[in-house]
Write a protein that binds this ligand. Structure first.
Ligand code: GTP
Ligand code: MG
Length: 332
């Protein structure tokens, strides 16, 4: 993907074994979501299925089961009816291809901001409500960057929860990145300030910021996030440099796919409060129906960058809209 901008050579260079591994990772994560479409796919696979009421009703059920939400399910089915009729499509197989294209387009928003930019200090912020998998995803992304021989330091800016610093430090030891901490209850922005100062002094490539998902009120949480964002810029300004030139800031909203339609209200809340550049959808390996991704993208208007498909550090998939739609709608 566009993960490392022009540095990214992983996909092209992938060996057949690596590609197979990548596909199996997708499958692992998408099994539950795919299961929602199995009735529909079986119906289409019978071959005799003409494009009629039964087809649309099966499709509607599959979309609802996949957690795409009533409104978007309705809209998608009605789009397919109109398009098929306009294009004179009567084969259910052709309609499936049209649908796949449509689902891809729904997820392929504008070209995402690359996660990493050369010759800047990359500041990646993990935001989201509690328990969505922010800290775990931070460790997974640290591993991706380290694998590219990039140096990483993490800011333990979740000073709210007692065990948060320890959890991040354990990840740091396991994966191999340093963690800058503050006292419990310390101002999270000051932890970020110290971390960015350290990163610039040491010539590090990236600062990864772990934030608290829990606060007394939504307003407090959002204020804290914008203060954290300003802290990084302040360090650069103090050095007499321009933050827009020196920093590459990426704010990720981390969502838990198992919370279903709740993820949509979180996408709305956070996208109103801070500048978001990308989404992470975690836990689609569990009971989640990954279809919630469609309304979430429509709400936040930013692309999905990663999927979390398990609790291990390598349970991460770089998101690709076409692959996602194909994983849903193509028979293996
Ligand atoms: N199955 C599964 N579990 C995950 C995934 N990502 C994280 N988890 C688990 O979800 C739980 C919460 O993960 P954390 O990374 O601590 O979440 P957080 O958002 O940092 O939580 P707070 O700091 O409390 O807000 C942990 O038990 C993780 O192992 C995933 O992709 N799949
Ligand atoms: Mg955490």
């Amino acid at each position: 993907m566009r993960l490392f901008g022009r540095r990214d050579r992983r996909k092209q260079d992938a060996s057949p074994a690596e590609r197979a591994e990548r596909l199996s990772r997708w499958r692992k994560g998408l099994n539950r979501t795919k299961a929602s479409f199995s009735g529909f796919l079986q119906f289409v696979a019978t071959g005799e299925a003409e494009l009629g009421e039964e087809y649309y009703s099966e499709l509607h059920d599959a979309l609802i089961l996949a957690d795409i939400g009533a409104a978007l399910a309705e809209k998608t089915v009605s789009w397919l009816r109109t398009t098929s009729s306009e294009q004179g499509v009567s084969s259910s197989e052709v309609a499936r291809q049209l649908l796949k294209q449509r689902l891809t387009e729904m997820l392929a928003t504008e070209e995402p901001k690359p996660l990493f930019a050369d010759e800047r200090l990359n500041v990646i912020l993990f935001a989201g409500v509690n328990g969505t998998g922010k800290t775990t995803m931070l460790a997974k992304i640290a591993r991706l960057l380290l694998d590219e021989n990039l140096s990483v330091v993490a800011a333990a800016a979740d000073t709210f929860r007692a065990a948060a610093v320890e959890q991040l430090s354990i990840w740091g030891q396991r994966v191999g990145f340093p963690v800058i901490t503050g006292a419990q209850g310390a101002d999270p922005a000051s932890v970020v300030y110290n971390t960015v100062e350290h990163a610039l002094a040491q010539g590090k490539h990236a600062v990864l910021i772990d934030t608290a998902g829990r606060m007394q009120t939504k307003t407090a949480l959002m204020d804290e996030l914008s203060k954290i964002g300003r802290a990084a810029r302040k360090v650069v300004e103090k050095r007499g440099e321009d933050p827009d030139e020196k920093l590459h800031e990426v704010n990720l909203l981390v969502l838990d796919a198992t919370t279903g339609q709740n993820a949509i209200s979180q996408a709305k809340l956070f996208s109103e409060a801070i500048a978001l550049h990308g989404l992470v959808l975690n836990k689609i390996d569990g009971t989640a129906k990954g279809g919630v991704i469609f309304p979430v993208v429509a709400t936040a208007q930013v692309p999905v960058m990663f999927l979390g498909v398990g609790e291990d550090v390598d349970d991460i998939v770089e998101f690709d809209a076409a692959e996602f739609a194909s994983a849903l709608l193509d028979n293996d």
